[in-house]
Design a protein around this ligand. Sequence first.
Ligand code: NAD
Length: 298
Amino acid sequence: MTTIAFIGLGNMGGPMAANLVKAGRTVRVFDLNPQAVAELTEQGAIAASSGCGVVAGADVVITMLPAGKHVRQLYLGDDGFINKVAADTLLIDCSTIDADSATTVANAAAAKGLEFVDAPVSGGTAGAAAGTLTFICGGTDAGFAAAKPVLEQMGANIFHAGGHGAGQVAKICNNMLLSVLMVGTSEALQLGRDHGLDAGVLSEIMKVSSGGNWTLEKYNPCPGVMPQTPASNDYQGGFMVDLMAKDLGLAMMAAAQSNSSTPLGALTTALYRQHARQGHGKLDFSSIFQQFQQQQER
Ligand code: NAD
């Protein structure tokens, strides 16, 4: 039976690893946070005491880490996974990181005869829990074909965007658009509220009108409109402002590399950085809504 090593059991990695356990896989887990490991072992995963220990003997390694520096640190170097895994181990990184880091790790893996797939996800924590994530993969045809059956146990849509790093490029394009939609939805909802409209009624109207978008359907930023969203839970859980600011930084870096024009992306980058600098970095990214509220409403 396939043994999967899963490293990074945070808001996303935790429920993703749990779905692999539910699907009947043998899952060995590691995270720097012992509480996160304990929650997974209660669900049937096997704990490992170190990152190196968890990958020994695994058929597939999956990482779900905050940023590129964490991925490079764990895969590369003398003690890196690339030097610790068996010859035919499949390496899949689901973190959102810069395409250059993904390509660097992929090239180092290829030099050892290993397949590495960048497979960032979309769908948020709700998608991770429900097993309905979208995986956006970059890698060789063989790597993608090997990764697909594993990813299907955590997601509903599995795309092959292109070669190494292509998954990361597609992912940051998506997240730049998401930030624009979240900011636009927030300012429209607050404009309506400032004129006495109920945010729930306005959301229902816009959802089926030409302003309809994913944030209105699944992730309303106004507290109380959707009971299950982070907005209705003091913006706890979900996708942190710090991570959105990181993704927007990656999008701006990519735009600079290709001389692309991204004026709205630049504006939302500034808004998210300002929000983080005001001390809201650990809140869910829909808390950008607070930037448009009156002080006394927060
Ligand atoms: P998180 O901060 O909740 O989880 C990251 C986990 O990695 C933490 O549990 C941390 O302890 C662990 N970690 C960090 N360094 C480690 C190391 N060296 N060894 C072992 N564990 C280590 O973040 P998240 O929200 O789960 O996001 C993870 C990735 O997924 C990020 O790249 C993010 O941009 C991306 N993402 C998040 C969402 C979302 O809605 N939260 C959606 C899509 C993509």
